[in-house]
Every structure is written in C-alpha cells, then in structure tokens.
Design a protein around this ligand. Structure first.
Ligand code: UGA
Length: 432
C-alpha cells in the first residue's frame, strides 16, 4: 500500500520504517528540511536501537522515501498518518493540538481521490470529530475517512513494540476503511496481535487510559516502596508476589524514580484536562500526577538522610541520567530536578550516561560529564544509579572507586544489597 507519514518523530519515523519493512511504499514527510536531508543520508535524529539499520535497508530498497513536500506526498498516497506532537499547553494541562490542526488543513487542500486519514498523534477524545469537520469544509465526505489509530510503542523498544504489538486499535465505524486497515495490519495480526475495531472516540480514549493506567501502576508501587522502607520489607518481593497474579500482571511494577519521558506526564495531565471539561472527577489520576511530581523531592530527602544532612562538598556521581534506558531522552527525567538541587546545596557532581553529555547541565558549575563509568566514580562519596542501562548492571564498584568508604544509592534496585554489603559498601535501594 502507499503510505504517507507526516512527522518524523518517534511515532512517525518508527512506524514509517516498519511499514516499509513490511513491503509498503512509504513517504515520511517533515517540514524540517535539515532533518529530511539527514534522513536521506541515513542519519537518524533520535537514539533508537536498530532504527538506523532498518532505515538504510528500506531506503536502499526504494520502499522508504523522505520528503518535505506534504502536498505531493499526500496526493501520491492512499493512507495518510498524522504523527505530530501534542505537547502540554504552556498555561494549563491541555494538549496543544495546533500541529495536528495545521497538518489536517494542509491535507484537506490535497485530497483528489479517496484517502484514509489516520491519526496516530495522541489526541483528546473528539479530536477525530473536529478533524472530520475541518476537512469536510474543503473535501466531499465520501472522499475521505478520519480514523484514530493510537500507537503504543515505547522509546528504546520501539521497533520490537511495532512489530509485535499486543493489539492494533482502529477507531472507525467506516466499513471500507476498516477492511483496508485490517489488510494493512495483517502481517502483525497473523503474528498474534489482537485487532480491535472500536469507535473513533473510544480509540482516542484507549490511548490515554492505557498510559494513565501504566502510570498509576508505577505510582502505586512507588508509594508502596515508601512504606516498605519504613517496615523493612523488600518491595521486590512484593512486586513479584503481586505481579504473578495474572489479574495484576508483573510488568510496570518496578519501583524507582518518578516516571518520566514525553508521554506519561503529558498524557495523564491531558486526560485530567479532558475530564475537567466534562465536569468528571478523575481523582485517581489526579493523585497519581501529584504523587509523581512530589517523588523527586522525596528521593532528595532520602539522599539528605543517607548523607546525614551533609551535602555540601560531597562528591556525588550519577550513573545514567536519561528518564529510562535505551534512549537519549531527558524529558521529565528526575535528574532534571535532583542534579540542580544537589548542585545548589554545594555537592560536586559527576555524571556518566551512555548517550553522552547533556545540554541541560551545561550551565551548572560543579556538574561535570565523564566519558567512562570509572572516571565518574573514582573519588565518589555517593554513587546514585539512576537509569537501568545494561552496562551499569555489573560494575565492580570496589574496583572503580578508589576510596575506602563510599555509599551506593541504587534507584533501580539493580544490585543485590547482600552482595554489596559483603564488600563493605553501604547500600541503599528503593523500598528495601
Ligand atoms: C510509554 C508507553 O509505555 C507506551 O506504550 C506509549 O506508546 C508511549 O508512552 C507513548 O505514549 O508514546 P515510554 O514513555 O517510551 O512509553 O516509556 P516507558 O517504557 O513506558 O517508561 C515510562 C516511565 O515509566 C519511565 O520513566 C520508566 O522508568 C518508568 N517505569 C516503567 C517505571 O518506573 N517502572 C516500571 O516498572 C516501568
């Protein structure tokens, strides 16, 4: 099939490349000329394992093209995917739909034959209705169909998540579109993905509900971890004990820093904003947002306790600063709150991250990036393991730190407290 992906961020680029790999002809469109020129040279704007190889392969095979010409790309394609950002508005919790609206306007100027307009951007319920109304001002209704097709891929696991999704959600009551789209997704359905055809509004809500539920699960276990610290219970036992009940499920039940990234914080806020408009109380999600926003402060309190209220001049190392592993993304990473705070209190901070130095800390005096784990740790008083990168899981801490007494604060519970204690290293984890 002939597909056009508008927006070459995570969702647009990954889906476009994966659709091409399934044998479709795909044009990825972006208004950013330098991004498109780079992509034509297989230079990938985001850090995503496996993506570069897949771009190269499909570009070479001629199934994948990159363009800045939206009009031409829309005209040449049968299915148009809207994959642009919907960030939180500056002055409230609502999703900013300006990019989605502007793309829809452009699409509407270029429809001459039947097109399916798939919305993959995360948008509030009824945005599909709005887009349909907007496009029908320029185009006859029988020439287009607006469908909601939420995406559930995770940064760092995006390709695998695209190829082996648990489900494909198609929000439409248009039979013709449904038939075409079932065919488009057939290679994934035949590998076990469940195909769910729902109403367009339900599909839009499924996306928010899924992210909000996962955020709730994480917040739930994080709060229980706080309790475990008081009761001397290991949260890891609790996670396993709960998670093996199939009704609960063990995934997204790992306690750690507050959840971050570009999705959970943004989408929980947007869902609450939608509910507010309809005067519906989503008290659980409201509580989740507040609990998560307060969590960095809680972890800082614990650092204070670990260092016996003496932060000034302490040498603190952060291992991993991105919001999670396998991404270079710093958005809503807890480090953005913790590092400046500790820096202000007079700590001398070194950090290491496999994805390199971060602009976010550039202006902070006494915050220094180190190229190796060893250089970051060598004279440290406190090592904070913030991100669960694989390469941080088997460090011989006694070897890399050239000091007799130092402390480890393992925010991802990667290390065994017993093993670390046996080496005469003081160990703190989350909820244990
Ligand atoms: C999330 C969803 O998982 C995807 O399904 C969705 O498509 C995506 O948002 C989106 O809306 O685009 P992502 O933000 O890439 O994906 O990252 P996750 O792997 O979900 O992690 C989010 C946060 O939760 C991270 O800070 C992570 O460290 C944290 N987390 C996750 C935990 O603290 N504990 C867990 O057990 C799992």
């Amino acid at each position: 099939m002939k597909l056009c992906m508008i927006g070459t961020g995570y969702v647009g680029l990954v889906s476009g490349v994966c659709f091409a790999d399934l044998g479709n002809d795909v044009i990825c469109v972006d208004k950013n000329i330098s991004k498109i020129n780079q992509l034509k040279k297989s230079i990938i704007p985001i850090y995503e394992p496996g993506l570069e190889e897949l771009v190269k392969k499909n570009y070479k095979a001629g199934r994948l093209k990159f363009s800045t010409n939206l009009a031409e790309s829309v005209q040449k394609s049968d299915i148009i995917f809207i994959c642009v950002g919907t960030p939180t508005k500056k002055n409230n919790y609502e999703a900013d739909l300006s990019q989605v609206i502007s793309v829809a306007k452009e699409i509407s100027k270029n429809i001459k034959s039947f097109k399916i307009i798939m919305n993959k951007s995360t948008v509030p319920v009824m945005t599909g209705d709005k887009l349909e109304k907007l496009i029908s001002k320029k185009v006859k209704k029988k020439l287009f169909s607006v469908v909601s097709n939420p995406e559930f891929l995770r940064e760092g696991e995006a390709i695998r998540d695209f190829i082996y999704p648990d489900r494909v959600v198609i929000g439409t009551s248009n039979k013709k579109s449904n038939k075409i789209l079932k065919n488009l997704y057939l290679p994934l359905i035949s590998k076990g993905a469940k195909y769910i055809n729902a109403s367009r509004r339900a599909a839009e809500l499924i996306k928010y509900a899924s992210n909000a539920f996962l955020a709730t699960k994480i917040t739930f276990i994080n709060e229980l971890a706080n309790l475990c610290e008081k009761l001397n219970v290991n949260i890891e036992d609790v996670s396993i004990g709960m998670g093996t009940d199939k009704r609960i499920g063990g995934r997204f039940l790992r306690a750690g820093p507050p959840y971050g990234g570009s999705c959970f914080p943004k989408d929980t806020r947007a869902l609450v904003a939608t509910a507010k408009k309809t005067k519906t109380s989503l008290s659980v999600i409201n509580t989740v947002i507040n609990s998560n926003e307060n969590r960095s402060q809680l972890l800082l309190k614990r650092i204070n306790y670990i260092l016996k209220n003496k932060i000034k001049n302490k040498k603190i190392t952060f291992l991993g600063v991105t919001f999670k592993a396998n991404t270079d993304d710093m958005r809503e990473s807890a480090c953005l709150k913790m590092i400046p705070y500790l820096n202000k209190k007079g700590a001398k901070i070194k950090y290491y991250d496999p994805t390199g130095k971060k602009n976010e800390f550039e202006k902070l005096k006494n915050v220094e990036f180190k190229n190796t784990i060893k250089d970051a740790c060598v004279m440290s008083d406190l090592i904070i393991i913030h991100t669960e990168w694989n390469e941080l899981k088997l460090i011989d801490l006694r070897k890399v730190v050239k000091k007799k007494n130092f402390i480890v604060y393992d925010m991802r519970n990667i290390y065994s407290p017993d093993k670390i204690n046996k080496q005469n290293i003081k160990y703190f984890g989350i909820g244990r």
